[in-house]
Design a protein around this ligand. Structure first.
Ligand code: CA
Length: 229
């Protein structure tokens, strides 16, 4: 699955350069030219990472980063600040605002992609390309393949994402709304019962191997991936 990046930057030339770099790296891009624009985009869809310019026409990027970190809906979003300044003091201010990293303009596309991937590895293990195994159930992030006891399992894209998320976050209970946020990306218009539908499909796909038992219902709370009974 590819990660979705929101860039908030008023200079079209930089947005264009970033769009090309992200395309090459297989990442999706959403664009906003100012804070107001960004608020609109965030209400439609939550990205996996935000690239935030230091100076925007309707406010300072650092202040907006602080605002994003305070808002419950966006607090978990990693933020990389983009800035023309290289001064140490600005870097500290940026990181104090809650930004996860900092890239100084002019930056090379390669440098930017490396920083984005490093932050995503830390914050969103569901994008990792590693191979994970729980008992005889194996998920391979690079090839998007799932195997149970050596037999290949066919999953729809949402079931794959659910299983990938669960295998990276075992032994924790997630409510339906948390799963909607993390798997569907914060679209508030999806009914929570949608989660149950996809859980049912995932269990059905795992049934033949017996691994459907790893997807546990926690009454009144949500779902948990666990190899313990
Ligand atoms: Ca600017």
């Amino acid at each position: 699955m590819s990660a979705n990046v929101l860039i908030i930057e008023d200079e079209p030339a930089i947005r264009e350069m970033v769009r090309m770099a992200l395309e090459m790296a297989g990442l999706d891009l959403m664009e906003a030219g100012c804070i107001q624009d960004a608020q609109r985009r965030l209400a439609e869809q939550l990205p996996d990472l935000v690239l935030l310019d230091w100076m925007l026409p309707d406010g300072a990027g650092v202040d907006y980063a602080r605002r994003l970190k305070k808002d419950e809906a966006t607090a978990h979003l990693p933020v990389i600040m983009l800035t023309a300044r290289g001064e140490e003091e600005d870097k500290i201010r940026g990181l104090e605002s809650g930004a996860d990293d900092y890239v100084t303009k002019p930056f090379s596309p390669r440098e930017l992609i490396a920083r984005i991937k490093a932050v995503l590895r830390r914050t969103s293990p569901q994008f990792s390309e590693e191979h994970l195994q729980v008992e005889g159930l194996v998920i391979d992030g690079a090839s998007h393949r799932v195997h149970a006891e050596g037999a290949s399992i066919d999953l729809g894209p949402t079931e794959y994402r659910l299983l990938h998320f669960f295998m990276h976050h075992p032994e924790r209970v997630y409510s339906r709304s948390q799963l909607l946020d993390r798997i569907w990306g914060g679209s508030v218009y999806i009914d929570e019962r949608t989660v149950d539908v996809h859980i049912r499909r995932l269990r059905k796909a795992l049934e033949a191997s017996g691994y459907d038992r790893l997807i546990q219902t926690v009454r009144g709370a949500g779902y948990r991936f666990s190899s313990k009974v």
